[in-house]
Design a binder for this molecule. Structure first.
Ligand SMILES: C[S@@+](CC[C@H](N)C(=O)[O-])C[C@H]1O[C@@H](n2cnc3c(N)ncnc32)[C@H](O)[C@@H]1O
Length: 300
């Protein structure tokens, strides 16, 4: 059977339907995934995220191995690296360095958007445009009229805008520091970050509409990021829980490690506390993470 973008997309969607962390019965997301040509957002040269025997990340060049490039685009669990060391490393061969941008894996984006649950007509802010792929999925659901996406890297932002326009999508594409949010486009029903933070920027919370949802990967002492979903319950304040373990690249200004106790985490680390019992709240004074004890089992 010939390998086409559509056949790979359908196979990838089927695989993700079987996973509890996949579509989980979310029909609009399944439809959006089948509608958006992911390969349109994959640069011609990307790095595979696992090092080869020489310790370097192999380059996948569309012009050299078109079939491998296309198949890589539709691996449910694979993010493809689109930038190393903030662009200091040219995509001309295998490389080492710090990953600074990617097209997120289909699996992680599906999980993210399922928890975000945007509705048609919602006002949405995305932080970390990257290639524009997640933006396109958001536009398919919420529409592009009230959709803003912000990316700190000038080149990435411009290329994403052109890819979106080529598909007839015209969200507001902003080049700037997403940690400040984008007050001109708000208040927002949904804010989603596809870059992780150590501390939730107060601007995100203050730009949420009452009842609005903020979804972001948050660095944690669990050895991974935790995807946290907060709901704005009063002006400038949002509260919620961790919904999934994930791995994302850090926003630029929060790359340096900090002590978790300085970031609102309870002292003593995660010992014995399951991540899914955590309650997270954020406001302009910072963030607080507490373990909510599970109620004792009733015998009656
Ligand atoms: C994992 S990539 C996003 C991938 C995107 N979801 C996609 O599928 O193409 C994270 C992006 O966040 C961007 N970023 C990092 N810090 C940022 C900031 N302060 N404001 C806006 N974007 C930022 C990076 O340049 C990178 O492109």
């Amino acid at each position: 059977m010939p390998v086409t973008p559509q056949s790979l997309r359908e196979r990838c969607a089927r695989e993700m339907s079987r996973s509890p962390r996949g579509f989980a019965g979310c029909d609009w997301l399944y439809e959006a995934f089948l509608t958006v040509p992911r390969e349109h957002f994959v640069p011609d040269r990307v790095w595979w995220p696992a090092p080869g025997p020489d310790g370097r990340y192999p380059l996948i060049d569309r012009a050299v191995t078109p079939r491998a490039w296309l198949k890589a685009a539709y691996r449910p669990g694979a993010a493809l690296i689109t930038q190393i060391d903030d662009g200091a490393v040219p995509p001309t061969g295998p490389a080492t360095g710090a990953f600074t941008s990617s097209i997120s894996s289909p699996g992680v984006i599906v999980e993210l958007l399922r928890h975000l649950a945007p509705e048609p007509g919602h006002t949405v802010l995305e932080i970390g445009t990257g290639t524009g792929y997640t933006t396109a999925l958001l536009a398919r659901r919420a529409g592009d009229t009230h959709l803003t996406t912000i990316e700190i890297d000038t080149g990435m932002s411009g290329r994403a805008r052109r890819r979106l326009h080529a598909l007839g999508l015209a969200p507001r594409v902003v080049c700037g520091d997403g940690e400040q949010g984008y007050p001109e486009g708000g208040p927002y029903d949904r804010i989603v970050s596809t870059a992780s933070v150590r501390t939730i920027p107060p601007a995100w919370v203050s730009q949420l509409r009452p009842g609005g949802v903020l979804l972001t990967p948050l660095d944690s002492p669990y050895g991974c990021d935790l995807l946290v979903r907060l709901v704005a319950d009063r002006p400038g304040h949002a509260k919620g829980t961790a919904v999934a373990p994930v791995e994302f690249m850090r926003v630029r200004s929060q790359r340096s490690p900090r002590a978790y106790t300085d970031l609102g985490w309870p002292p003593g680390g995660p010992d014995g506390v399951p991540w899914d019992t955590l309650e997270v709240e954020a406001d302009r004074t910072g963030q607080r993470i507490t373990a909510v004890p599970t109620p004792p089992e009733r015998n009656s």
